[in-house]
Design a protein around this ligand. Structure first.
Ligand code: IMP
Length: 427
């Protein structure tokens, strides 16, 4: 059985949670591999409606083991809150494991995320202020505290003492705020360790065992390709790689083990936070998409910026991810529009281009070149067979497949698990 990576193909919030929840029915293992509690994966299934931030969306499948991989930064308090909520709803979290290599979000990361954003003024990145950037920065600066450190209280104290000294200097001397108390942070993280300890493991071994048993493994991405720190709209990006390649590093397997890469695309585009988005609609069409789709952040509640499907982004996303198929979500949101637009190129400084520029200032200047197609103006959320979709909807999907350059495996017409059309097999 193969490894399938489920990847956000745009700016995040494409519906990866739904796709993972659906595919997890057949999977023995789901590994979340990047990001932190900046992610918000909405899952609607027979267990209820959930907004998951850290727990993999496979948790609702009773036989599936879920792993929070080494590539995730974990806020223990958020994780414990999420586990408690799942337990209260009768969803067992005994099958949830945490990589001992995963870095932890510490109180100073959250403080510094906010202080750094404030200091950027008008140039603020619009982060979720969950401490994600500072935690990943500490990981590569080798200042991180990892989940495994919670299992050894002496080592935790030693590590925390040296790091906190340094962080307190920055908090007090650079930002003029109060220092954090070593005793308080230490005792808080010792408590987290007691609660999370039984879940912390060397998860690479679990992954290896599942692969050796030939079981289906899912790699669950977070955020989307255009938020990748290398390929996204830098510096308006997140701080870990949401790409399929990030799946290898953040879960702990080699690239040859991944058999399928499913890119999850909304049938239009959204973005939350700052940074360029060439197809953004600051008009009543954008408002209509937002209200119909309730496009407000699961994590921060911020209104999402909405716009037409951007095929330049989609093609780029495929180049850097190598999609074998696409899941096209929220098709039903477009049910009311008489005409739809698809961005097929950009006008940049008088030239037409078909690639996504690296330079964020150039992306800001890009004007979308649209192709217009007919809408279908009829409800689709009850439809389960591809052939039953209105002709114009099938034409729209076919055009997206052509522009992305891969087949659509799944089409989603609503939040619930069953509101899914299986167009072509993933495997
Ligand atoms: P950070 O990841 O909190 O540092 O935020 C950096 C950028 O990524 C901001 O524009 C956020 O709005 C965006 N971002 C982070 N996580 C998500 C997500 O799960 N969905 C959509 N945007 C996200």
């Amino acid at each position: 059985m193969p490894v399938i990576a489920v990847i956000g193909a745009q700016w995040g919030d494409e519906g990866k949670g739904k796709v993972v929840d659906l595919l997890a029915q057949e999977a023995s293992l789901v590994v979340r591999f990047s990001g932190g509690d900046n992610a918000g994966h909405t899952v609607v299934n027979p267990c209820g409606k959930f907004g998951l931030h850290l727990v993999p969306s496979g948790i609702f499948s009773p036989h599936t083991v879920c792993i929070i991989g080494n590539g995730v930064v974990i806020n223990p308090s958020v994780l414990i809150g999420e586990m408690d909520q799942l337990d209260r709803c009768g969803v067992a979290t005994t099958r949830l494991f945490i990589s001992d290599r995963a870095n932890l979000i510490m109180p100073y990361h959250i403080l510094l995320d906010g202080l750094e954003e404030e200091s950027r003024g008008e140039k603020a990145l619009g982060t979720t202020r969950k401490g994600i950037g500072p935690a990943f920065a500490d990981k590569v600066a080798r200042l991180g505290i990892r989940a495994g450190d919670l299992l050894d209280k002496d080592m935790l104290l030693e590590r925390l003492r040296s790091v906190l000294d340094y962080k307190n200097t920055i908090l007090t001397k650079v930002y003029g705020v109060s220092p954090l108390s070593l005793d308080e942070v230490y005792s808080q993280y010792c408590q987290y360790g007691e609660r999370l300890g039984p879940h912390i493991r060397e998860t690479v071994i679990m992954l290896e065992e599942a692969l050796n048993r030939d079981e289906l493994v899912l790699l669950e991405g977070a955020q989307g390709a255009l938020l990748d720190p290398d390929f996204g709209t830098y510096p308006y990006t997140t701080s870990s790689s949401p790409l399929a390649g990030g799946g290898c590093l953040g879960a702990g397997l080699g690239p040859t083990r991944i058999n399928r890469v499913v890119g999850v695309f909304k049938s239009y585009c959204t973005r939350v936070g700052s940074g360029p988005m060439p197809t953004e609609l600051k008009d009543e069409t954008g408002d209509l998409i937002r209200e119909r789709a309730h496009e407000y952040g699961t994590t921060t509640g911020r209104p999402r910026r909405c716009g037409w499907f951007d095929a330049v982004v989609a093609r780029f996303s495929n180049q850097i991810n190598g999609f074998t198929g696409a899941a096209i979500t929220r098709l039903d949101i477009l049910d009311v529009f008489p005409r739809l637009k698809i961005c097929v190129g950009y006008k940049l400084d008088g030239r037409t281009i078909d690639y996504f520029p690296a330079n964020v200032a150039a992306v800001e200047r890009c004007q979308p070149v649209y192709e217009e197609v007919a809408g279908w103006q009829t409800p689709t959320s009850h439809i389960r067979e591809y052939e039953q979709l209105p002709l114009e909807a099938r034409q729209y999907i076919a055009r997206l497949e052509e522009l992305i350059s891969c087949p659509a495996n799944l089409i989603s017409v609503g939040q619930a698990r069953e509101q899914t059309i299986h167009k072509t097999p993933i495997l």
